[in-house]
Design a protein around this ligand. Structure first.
Ligand SMILES: Nc1nc2c(ncn2[C@@H]2O[C@H](COP(=O)(O)OP(=O)(O)OP(=O)(O)O)[C@@H](O)[C@H]2O)c(=O)[nH]1
Ligand SMILES: [Mg+2]
Length: 230
């Protein structure tokens, strides 16, 4: 009985996610779903990336959090369009929430649509892995402070993710993180997955990550449709 309920929830989620995929395809918008533990450095990475991009890409952000508006406030403070979703204790975002946030983000039709939509999921390495939000790609962030054993302990998200960020590399001298072991485990779980070691504090690896993001957005836009609201 419990299994049926779960499959219904996932079925409804997947139906809405499929509609969102089609909508983002038509608009040529690259959508990235960022997943990582609480404090892995998701919002700080976005702040660093937006500073580096310096308005060279039209970006919008959907922030997921249990109760607060804190992350959206940080992104809005940089002049970037952001919507905060609160799950009221729920451990992940779902596609109907993204559908509502998208409607809110795009209600002013005089504002051009973004070229890149970033969704920061609720801080959690487990539940968000199971819910498709209509994204092009999931990106998992693992900070070196969390330990090199995490890919094998939380394998689903590393299998699902199209790219992996190893964050806070400035802390490597101070924590016991088996860097080569972690990279080996991630590659074993997901052969060929792109891995970005970086530090939002020192800026190491940020340029390469931004270049990759711009390429993904350009690629999606060239394959797909226009940025118009119609
Ligand atoms: N040393 C160091 N600290 C970092 C780095 N990136 C983030 N931090 C710190 O890590 C803490 C958490 O960062 P956030 O960006 O808020 O983490 P988050 O993943 O968005 O957290 P939630 O949204 O709560 O899940 C903050 O104190 C940041 O200053 C980094 O590259 N190096
Ligand atoms: Mg955050």
């Amino acid at each position: 009985m419990r299994i049926e309920v779960k499959s219904d929830i996932l079925g409804e989620n997947n139906r809405t996610a499929a509609q969102m995929v089609e909508l983002f395809r038509k608009k040529g918008i690259f959508v990235l779903n960022i997943i990582g533990s609480p404090g892995a450095g998701k919002t700080t990475l976005l702040e660093k990336v937006f500073k580096h991009l310096d308005n060279s890409l039209r970006v919008a952000v959907i922030e997921g959090d249990l109760f607060t508006e804190k992350d959206a406030a940080r992104i809005k403070a940089m002049g970037i369009t952001a919507i905060q979703l609160n799950t009221q204790g729920g451990c992940h975002l779902d596609a109907p929430m993204i559908e509502r946030a998208w409607a809110e983000l795009t209600k002013d039709r005089s504002v051009p649509l973004p070229e890149l939509l970033i969704i920061e999921n609720v801080g959690n390495l487990v539940c968000p892995a199971e819910f498709n939000l209509g994204e092009d790609m999931k990106l998992v962030i693992l900070s070196v402070a969390e330990g090199a054993d995490k890919p094998l302990k939380y394998p689903l998200i590393f299998k699902e993710a199209g790219a992996v960020v190893l964050s806070k590399t400035d802390l490597l001298p101070y924590v016991d993180f088996d860097y080569d072991g972690a990279v080996g485990d991630i590659t074993m779980l997901h052969p060929g997955v792109q891995i970005f070691p970086l530090s939002a504090k020192t800026g190491e690896g940020i340029e390469e990550f931004c270049r990759w993001l711009k390429e993904r957005a350009a690629e999606k836009h060239s394959i797909d449709g226009s940025s118009s609201h119609e």
